[in-house]
Design a protein around this ligand. Structure first.
Ligand code: FES
Ligand SMILES: [Fe+2]
Length: 399
């Protein structure tokens, strides 16, 4: 099914109009919230189960496990997993745990391997998860080997991204989860033709929702980033679309200012905007003029005050870019360095302190404004997932 999406040209024109009127798209109401949701261990457990154990979230770009037997390991909120490219080109995910006595099977964050070999007593498993060898099996005793393969976690590759539902009992259907609009949007981007040029991982002493919120926020830019992003992007101007689960907004860059007085006519205005997509439950996808940036936020397996952020630059290959390999590497190194220093110097200190603040016994209630559109969607949808435990049977909510 083809969704009826507003053409990008019209959305950019609308962003310019909002800028001219010094306003932004707005939600219906101001909403209140309390500090407990960032510190409560019981709620954190419900989030792990009802959000990450129920719906698909992104773990990698396809190019990170490009070849058969390439794997990555990921600490998901409920399970430590291995994601591995199969011989037939498909992808599978497994709990990263030996079925003998529970040793951690694969320690490396990424690699390529023909089979997984347990460090404890050297049982081994094939990349499709089946139990390959029991050491000294003449003495071990007879077991039904088929039952003791690695525990499989639902995993699917779509739009050049690898998704999992962190729950062995669940099913996965990424298209149904994305819905017709976001599925069509992602299909149009050709992210599967790009490569993941750089990955940054950041373990922060901050709740994952505080982290996610900061990267859906068009309101803080000139205040928290006066000398970096604040010089480049307009603050608090968002041409926003709500798809009911996911959303996106266009924000004008300052370079668009030349068109404030003058009518741009048919001039393409694409170079003068950035576009932010929120993919429920835990990703921000930024469309830049020449590449995509993907930010994901995962809660710790226990502590509500810890999370891991991953930042990926997904870019045209060296060949498609027309650059020399040296120039290409230099470009993306430089890009990554700038992004990381903004994170470390400007966002993370504020967010760490927010987390500390949330531990105050008398924090009082707090507010999310009508102008904080994508944050409103994030809050609304997380609440829905938590309220509606029935979604826990997986990403089949549309079927
Ligand atoms: S725990 Fe893995 S072989 Fe014993
Ligand atoms: Fe920021």
């Amino acid at each position: 099914m083809t969704a009826s999406l507003t053409p990008r040209r019209d959305r950019i024109r609308r962003a310019l109009e909002l800028l001219r009127n010094e306003t932004t798209d707005q939600f219906d109401d101001v909403v209140g919230f309390t500090a407990h949701e960032f510190v409560d261990p019981e709620l954190a457990q419900r989030e792990r189960d009802l959000i990450f154990g129920s719906v698909p979230s992104i773990v990698a770009h396809s190019s990170e496990i490009a070849h058969p037997y390439d794997f990555i390991t990921v600490a998901m909120p409920r399970n430590n997993i291995i994601v591995v490219r199969q011989k037939d080109g498909g992808v599978k995910a497994f709990v990263n745990l030996c079925r003998h006595r529970g040793a951690l099977l694969e320690k490396e964050e990424k690699g390529r391997c023909r089979f997984f070999s347990c460090p404890y007593h050297r049982w081994s498993y094939d990349p499709d998860g089946s139990l390959r060898m029991i050491t000294r099996d003449n003495t071990f005793g007879t077991i039904e080997r088929k039952k003791y393969g690695l525990v499989e976690i639902p995993c699917e590759e779509r739009h050049g991204l690898v998704w999992v539902v962190d729950n062995a009992q669940a099913k996965i259907d990424v298209a149904a989860w994305l819905g017709p609009e976001m599925d069509e949007i992602l299909a149009g981007y050709g992210i599967d033709k790009l490569v993941c040029a750089r990955v940054g991982t950041f373990d922060e002493p901050t709740n994952w929702k505080i982290m996610q919120d900061a990267f859906l926020d068009g309101y803080h830019i000139q205040y928290a980033h006066p000398n970096t992003a604040g010089k480049v992007i307009h603050t608090n101007v968002m041409a926003f679309e709500d798809f009911g689960r996911h959303c996106r907004f266009i924000a004008p860059r300052k370079s668009i200012d030349r068109w404030l007085e003058e009518d741009p006519g048919d001039t393409p205005l694409d170079p003068y905007v950035t576009e932010t997509h929120f993919l429920l439950p835990n990703s921000t996808l930024l469309r830049q003029p020449d590449h995509f940036q993907l930010l994901t936020f995962r809660p710790d397996q226990r502590d509500p005050a810890k999370s891991r952020m991953e930042m990926r630059l997904m870019v045209p290959t060296v060949e498609d870019s027309g650059l020399t390999e040296e120039h290409w590497n230099h470009l993306w190194d430089k890009n990554m360095d700038i992004l990381i220093s903004v994170l470390h110097d400007e966002d993370f200190p504020i967010l760490r302190d927010s987390q500390r603040g949330m531990a105050s016994a008398d924090a009082g209630d707090m507010l999310l404004g009508r102008n904080e559109v994508a944050n409103q969607v994030f809050r609304r949808e997380i609440k829905k997932l938590l309220a509606d435990g029935s979604v826990a049977d997986g990403a089949t909510v549309n079927s």
